[in-house]
Design a protein around this ligand. Structure first.
Ligand SMILES: Nc1nc2c(ncn2[C@@H]2O[C@H](COP(=O)(O)OP(=O)(O)O)[C@@H](O)[C@H]2O)c(=O)[nH]1
Ligand SMILES: [Mg+2]
Length: 259
């Protein structure tokens, strides 16, 4: 069932066999020093029916902001480093005129915009509040996901399933979420825990979760800040486990509205 008030008939963008989303969708890309990869990512996102493409410049020291503007994106500045801080700054910006749904993806060229219709599909059809693009059930280019990421995914997803009975195979960055679900979730994690916080809270609140397979490529240039370094992986892993644990505790003690 389409979202109330949204145009119900999808149309096709000229020159591209991609459906225009039947709901208003804004894209949000956190970006820290991604000037090398952003032009292509933004080019590939054009003509796909997105209302706005928002790049959150996360204190970059390169030309990320300029490149993003030149590529047609709205640039939001968030000097406080952290993936979650960047995402939250982007959401705060969107809240002035919220879309029906937000699609998150990385600025490093790893996610494939051709997968956008698949990721948005369940939200558009009114079947899901949160859709995760799974790099595990989809196709990850050799080397795009490290063994540590594979292990972390399996562990986290087993925990999510064991605790809340919701089955995911990945904590991937390419995801679509309904605005009303974001309002309910009140996400707050300011760094590596943001993606898992979203999944754990959606599961805990009984929101409708879905997963679709997506492609995942090695980053197209620039430098990895998380999975590509031992320090980044260790910090992310610890934060992910902490976030799941905290969500369990919150489920027991949070006010009824958040339970
Ligand atoms: N790790 C990290 N990523 C950030 C931050 N701010 C924005 N990002 C963006 O988040 C995305 C994921 O980061 P990336 O370095 O590709 O992580 P990896 O794929 O795990 O190696 C990229 O688009 C980054 O530019 C930040 O403070 N830390
Ligand atoms: Mg990456």
């Amino acid at each position: 069932m389409p979202i109330a008030g949204a145009p119900q008939r999808p149309c096709v963008a000229p020159g591209r066999a991609v459906m225009r989303p039947a709901v208003t969708v804004d894209a949000l890309l956190p970006a820290l020093n991604e000037a090398e990869t952003l032009p292509r990512v933004l080019r590939d996102l054009q003509g796909r029916g997105l209302r706005r493409i928002v790049v959150v410049d996360n204190g970059s020291t390169d030309a990320t902001a300029e490149v993003a503007r030149a590529g047609g994106a709205v640039v939001v500045s968030c000097p406080e480093r952290g993936y979650g801080a960047a995402c939250l700054a982007g959401l705060a910006h969107l809240s002035a005129s919220p879309p029906d749904a937000v699609v998150f993806l990385d600025a490093d060229g790893s996610d494939d915009p051709d997968d956008l219709p698949a990721v948005l599909g369940p939200v558009e059809r009114g079947e899901a509040d949160l859709v995760i693009g799974s790099r595990v059930s989809g196709h990850a280019e050799p080397g795009a996901l490290t063994p540590v990421q594979h292990f972390g995914n399996v562990l986290s997803c087993r925990l999510l399933e064991g605790i809340w009975g919701v089955r995911f195979t990945d904590l991937g960055p390419f995801r679509a979420v309904r605005w009303s679900a974001l309002e309910q979730m009140q996400l707050a994690d300011r760094n590596f825990g943001f993606t898992v916080e979203m999944q754990a809270r959606a599961a805990r609140l009984g929101l409708r979760c879905a997963e679709v397979p997506v492609h995942y490529r090695r980053r197209a240039g620039g430098q990895s800040k998380v999975a590509g370094t031992i320090r980044g992986s260790a910090k992310a892993g610890a934060k992910i486990l902490y976030t799941i644990g905290r969500e369990v505790v919150l489920g027991r003690v949070a006010p009824r509205a958040l339970r």
